[in-house]
Design a binder for this molecule. Structure first.
Ligand code: HEC
Length: 102
């Protein structure tokens, strides 16, 4: 009896922690994905070279460009290869992430 109570309390605790941090987990995932872009687009998407900055790009524009790179409708040197690795949902998360950088 006692053991069952302890176990169910543990589950309740874990579920609570999960819902509280899911927004944060998405954020962490976006940050992790965005790190793959930093080598060319600069830390936090702020480029110092010829490659365009991603920081502050409007989310709709960003997602459109990524889809165009992926399906080849926007010609690219390297971006098609990068765009291939992400889902639409991940484009959304990345777009929100870069749009939020000031
Ligand atoms: C190896 C270097 C490199 C990496 C890594 C890279 N990019 Fe790019 N990116 C480019 C270049 C170069 C262009 C210009 C288009 C082209 O030639 O492919 C570009 C263009 C873009 C554009 C269009 C910007 C605009 O103003 O129209 C977006 C959006 C973009 N990249 C997003 C990303 C994202 C998101 C990642 C990470 C998942 C990423 N890039 C990783 C080199 C890179």
């Amino acid at each position: 009896m006692k053991k069952t109570l302890v176990i169910s309390l543990m589950f309740a605790g874990a579920a609570g922690a999960l819902s509280a941090t899911s927004a944060q987990a998405l954020d962490t995932k976006a940050r992790f994905m965005a790190a793959n872009c930093a080598y060319c687009h600069g830390p936090e998407g702020k480029s110092r070279g010829a490659i365009p900055s991603l920081a502050g790009l409007e989310k709709g524009y960003f997602v459109e460009q990524m889809k165009a790179f992926r399906d080849g409708s926007r010609p690219a040197t390297v971006m098609q290869k990068h765009a291939m690795g992400y889902t639409d949902a991940e484009f959304d998360q990345l777009g929100a992430w870069f749009a939020a950088i000031k």
